[in-house]
Design a protein around this ligand. Sequence first.
Ligand code: C2G
Length: 132
Amino acid sequence: MRKVITYGTFDLLHVGHINLLRRAKEVGDYLIVAISSDEFNALKDKKAYYSFEQRKAILEAVRYVDEVIPEQKWEQKVEDVQDYDIDVFVMGDDWKGEFDFLKYYCEVVYLPRTVGISTTQIKKDLNKAHNG
Ligand code: C2G
């Protein structure tokens, strides 16, 4: 069984996330998603609208996702790849090159981001619509 892992906040789930998850699943048979904890989001200067538990429940309902684990620190990726016996690490290409050190442990694949959508833009648009 070819196991894939990817990491992210996945807040206000949108088609950009779904496109990433679908393609990540396509490169293997089993997809683990490490979702950023609320505390780790703070380290990324991100404040998710949905809590970790809510984002976890939403991702577990996505057909491409087989397992969801917490992402609590930058340094856990090597340990995760070893502990979960991962074959492929996948990220959107906004992270291209950032995780090449994992190439010693598994394949590293950066997939093109979906253009024109982001959680940040969704929040901006909603704020504008609400405040006129
Ligand atoms: N993504 C995408 N297209 C978009 C938006 C996001 O392909 N329009 C991808 C990102 O490239 C990432 C994944 O969806 O691979 C999750 O995006 P975020 O939730 O923004 O994740 P991020 O904050 O980049 O967290 O340790 C890695 C970090 O936790 C990554």
